[in-house]
Design a protein around this ligand. Structure first.
Ligand code: MN
Ligand code: MN
Length: 470
């Protein structure tokens, strides 16, 4: 419990607690081992969905579309189910009686900033086959120069068959990259970030003509031949492909004390993974519990696999039909509660001036809760009500969770959004809660191991114990 010291020394101050002082290092490391494995296996939304589905199946969860809506006998009162939409968004529920009491949810997004190949990506320039890209999400373009990139993708052919591509993750695999300009010839006054156009984010894909007789665009033709030999695909097939370029970096411990983890895509796979393991460990919740994993958050949650689609509510309606409860799911949201799991901007010792340090989250001090995000005077954000914040605080305190209140940077400094506001439109109580990061949206983001572990504990406490705002 935070801050009530010995009677002789009562303090009314709130001081967040350092997680390392309260948890066992070995417990943290064991948990982080699983998280690092997940990060390395899953660098795209599709890969993460496949990973989670496999885990859910082995843990006895049933895919909802495979369950009979009108089965014989008494309808079930308990149900562990999941559903996937378009291979990119997933919901999983542990339904417990009575259904009308509502549901505790954790939401997180699986998409991260990346470079997508364009529909007609391959061109030849000065003896190189280059791949044209369109960046996805908020990136600082210079961070992607001279960075080994891996190619992850799914190509769908007109006969419906799919070809999976994954190049650059095996130590013996080649990688691709965007080449930077040498400092000797880069004597411009403007910073690279300002000068560099998104249209110029072209990766070097190949440079060998591979015995092509044609003089014109021999490297491009050679590359297309190579792709056809290896994957059976043509240039036209790339029009119906989703090929993503992601950092070919493995998760690594950071710091001489190995207290942090550096990796691509902590935002927001850290909340997806901690939410997922929390749900698996939630065996006897006080009411139903669930997890919503989303795509498209980084570009505003548009599209039918993003938070605006409300796929989770549609799925919950199907659940109500299976357990034959005449429940209005639209009303159920009003007694339900959600933690919108997303990362926040941790205090960076080199750039402290962007924060109000009294309202900024720090690495190693546990899960950060943000009543609101948004920008420019609380625009474009949900704000959690005081009653709900108090109820979440109570659960965290009763479960001995290290937590810290936070804002997303100084007033008028900038800001950001999460999925919380889209869920709030359904009437559900929702608050942003997740670990702070350093270098968010960079190819190698930093998170504290202790915070990851504590976030898992916090989500579990919420899913298991949250009852109402009272
Ligand atoms: Mn995020
Ligand atoms: Mn983000």
């Amino acid at each position: 419990m935070p801050r009530r010291k010995k009677e002789s020394n009562i303090s009314f101050e709130f001081v967040p607690r350092n997680v390392w002082k309260l948890r066992k290092r070995e417990d943290i490391e064991t948990y982080i081992g699983g998280y690092k494995h997940f990060l390395q296996e899953c660098k795209t939304v599709r890969e993460a969905i496949e990973y989670f589905v496999k885990m859910l199946e082995t843990r006895g969860f049933k895919r909802l579309s495979k369950l009979p809506i009108r089965g014989r006998g008494r309808p079930p009162t308990k149900l562990d189910v999941y559903e996937v939409y378009k291979n990119k968004t997933l919901v999983a529920f542990r339904i417990r009686p009575p259904f009308v009491k509502g549901i505790n949810l954790v939401a997180a997004h699986l998409d991260s900033p990346k470079l997508d190949l364009k529909p007609m990506p391959i061109a030849e320039k000065e003896g190189f086959a280059i791949g044209k890209t369109h960046y996805y999400g908020g990136i600082k373009k210079y961070q992607w120069f001279n960075l080994p990139l891996a190619v992850h993708g799914t190509v769908v052919k007109t006969d419906g068959s799919t070809v999976k591509v994954r190049i650059g993750e095996d130590p013996s695999d080649p990688v691709v990259l965007i080449t930077d300009l040498l400092p000797h010839l880069d004597r411009r006054d403007d910073p690279v970030q300002k000068l560099f156009k998104g249209e110029d984010l072209n990766v070097i894909l190949a440079s060998d003509t591979l015995g092509q007789k044609d003089e014109k665009e021999a490297v491009k033709k050679a590359l297309l031949t190579l792709l056809n030999e290896k994957y059976g695909i043509t240039e036209e097939d790339l029009v119906s492909a989703e090929i993503e370029l992601v950092p070919a970096l493995q998760p690594k411990d950071v710091g001489i004390d190995a207290s942090m983890v550096g990796a691509y895509g902590h935002d927001d796979r850290v909340c997806a993974y901690t939410g997922f393991t929390a749900l698996l460990e939630t065996n006897n919740p006080v009411r139903s519990a669930g997890l919503v994993l989303l795509d498209r958050e980084e570009i505003g949650s548009d599209g039918n696999t993003g938070a605006k689609h409300l796929f989770w509510m549609k799925t919950l309606k199907k659940v109500a039909r299976i357990i034959k409860k005449d429940v209005d799911v639209e009303e159920l949201t009003e007694v339900s509660a959600m933690l919108s799991g997303d990362v926040s901007a941790g205090v960076n010792p080199i750039f402290t001036d962007v924060h109000d340090l009294a309202n900024a989250p720090r690495l190693n001090y546990g899960i950060a809760i943000l009543r609101y995000t948004g920008s420019g005077g609380k625009y474009s954000t949900n704000e959690a009500h005081a009653e709900f914040v108090a109820a979440v605080r109570r659960i965290f305190n009763e479960s001995d969770i290290c937590w810290q209140p936070a804002e997303f940077g100084k007033v008028d400094q900038g800001g950001g959004g999460t999925v919380a506001k889209f869920f709030a439109e359904t009437g559900i109580d929702v608050i942003d809660a997740g670990p702070p990061l350093l270098g968010m949206h960079s190819p190698f983001e930093i998170v504290s191991k202790a915070d990851v572990y504590e976030t898992h504990r916090a989500y579990r406490a919420f899913l298991e114990k949250f009852e109402s705002t009272r």
